[in-house]
Design a protein around this ligand. Sequence first.
Ligand SMILES: Cc1cc2nc3c(=O)[nH]c(=O)nc-3n(C[C@H](O)[C@H](O)[C@H](O)COP(=O)(O)OP(=O)(O)OC[C@H]3O[C@@H](n4cnc5c(N)ncnc54)[C@H](O)[C@@H]3O)c2cc1C
Ligand SMILES: NC(=O)c1ccc[n+]([C@@H]2O[C@H](COP(=O)([O-])OP(=O)(O)OC[C@H]3O[C@@H](n4cnc5c(N)ncnc54)[C@H](OP(=O)(O)O)[C@@H]3O)[C@@H](O)[C@H]2O)c1
Length: 363
Amino acid sequence: MATAVNAAVSLPSSKSSSLPIRNHIIVSPERINFNKCFLYSRNVCVGRKVVTIKAQVTTEAPAKVEKVSKKNDEGVVVNKFRPKNPYIGKCLLNTKITGDDAPGETWHMVFTTEGEVPYREGQSIGVIPDGIDKNGKPHKLRLYSIASSALGDFGDTKTVSLCVKRLVYTNDQGEIVKGVCSNFLCDLKPGADVKITGPVGKEMLMPKDPNATVIMLATGTGIAPFRSFLWKMFFEKYEDYKFKGLGWLFLGVPTTSSLLYKDEFEKMKEKAPENFRVDYAVSREQTNEKGEKMYIQTRMAQYAEELWELLKKDNTYVYMCGLKGMEKGIDDIMVSLAARDGIDWTEYKRQLKKSEQWNVEVY
Ligand SMILES: Cc1cc2nc3c(=O)[nH]c(=O)nc-3n(C[C@H](O)[C@H](O)[C@H](O)COP(=O)(O)OP(=O)(O)OC[C@H]3O[C@@H](n4cnc5c(N)ncnc54)[C@H](O)[C@@H]3O)c2cc1C
Ligand SMILES: NC(=O)c1ccc[n+]([C@@H]2O[C@H](COP(=O)([O-])OP(=O)(O)OC[C@H]3O[C@@H](n4cnc5c(N)ncnc54)[C@H](OP(=O)(O)O)[C@@H]3O)[C@@H](O)[C@H]2O)c1
């Protein structure tokens, strides 16, 4: 059971709004600002061996933890609320977390659940936007990865948070089209009702092993489930869980001003430098030494040998979330790495998937 939370959300920035929140369970709060982020950079020594990295996985053999399939994990609730009978939550706060010059807006929002939507890190919820579609029928639900740990941003298991990108595009006729649900959510004001379904999903449930190496690969709002993992790993205290392995996050975004939750990740590194690493790929500002656009897989390629070594351990778990296109890019670098050891990546990945060490939710 969780006993305390030692991180808190600091409320309004200029583009945010919130309702007063009662009953926080917060111990030694560390303020987390949903403010504009700046690019974190550091010189990294890319060597042939694992030992070159600052925040390194322990070399001591940790106690083995028996693997329980996430599909059989007891107590994981799915589909408690369905579209015909959704849970009606209230928006507590809604904050833009990308800079004004970012290409597109991403918002962090918190809804009340009063503990009625019992979710786990890695699950998603459905949202049914208000209004009707062009056929006069209620809108269909859209899925969103949960961005808060099971305790919620206020540590009382009574809220759920999302990280939502506002969809706006120009169609073939040259008209500007706004995505229905993402715009509904990004425009939600504190106090407004929101229809919630779920929770759903078992693919992205986090490993139970506190000594695991957890490699998290995110593009854009694909960061959501990893914020949830990382809060559990580094900001919360549990009687039966203390993370002692390595969490390694790769996050790909277009610009420095689109970096999501960077302040939180920097705090985590301060708290647990031996257990947490984060590497950013800022596609429209950075390139590799060949001048190629810095996508998440381009950044990963700089640590190729090390990642491959980690992938050979049976307590390394990879999670991928975000744009569909990232999956192929990441496969491409793995194919050549595996081939160096005479291993067929497709087969190896199949085995990793079977043992739930390769987990993908892209869209
Ligand atoms: C498991 C899962 C988890 C998800 N988690 C998140 C999350 O955490 N955060 C998040 O922001 N999103 C997430 N999504 C995506 C989310 O469900 C919605 O699809 C997204 O918000 C868009 O919904 P909308 O109602 O705004 O757009 P809609 O009104 O449904 O419009 C979307 C449609 O617009 C069209 N379209 C979109 N872009 C273009 C374009 N450039 N050119 C032409 N046509 C286009 C396509 O036909 C597309 O189907 C997730 C999706 C899944 C499946
Ligand atoms: N559980 C889920 O399935 C889940 C959860 C959350 C989000 N999502 C989905 O994830 C997507 C995230 O989009 P976003 O708008 O939030 O992201 P975004 O801010 O646009 O950032 C995406 C980043 O990925 C880069 N990119 C583009 N093509 C790529 C490729 N082939 N390989 C690797 N990187 C690539 C982009 O670079 P450039 O733009 O510079 O090319 C950009 O840097 C959305 O489609 C969302 O629906 C899915």
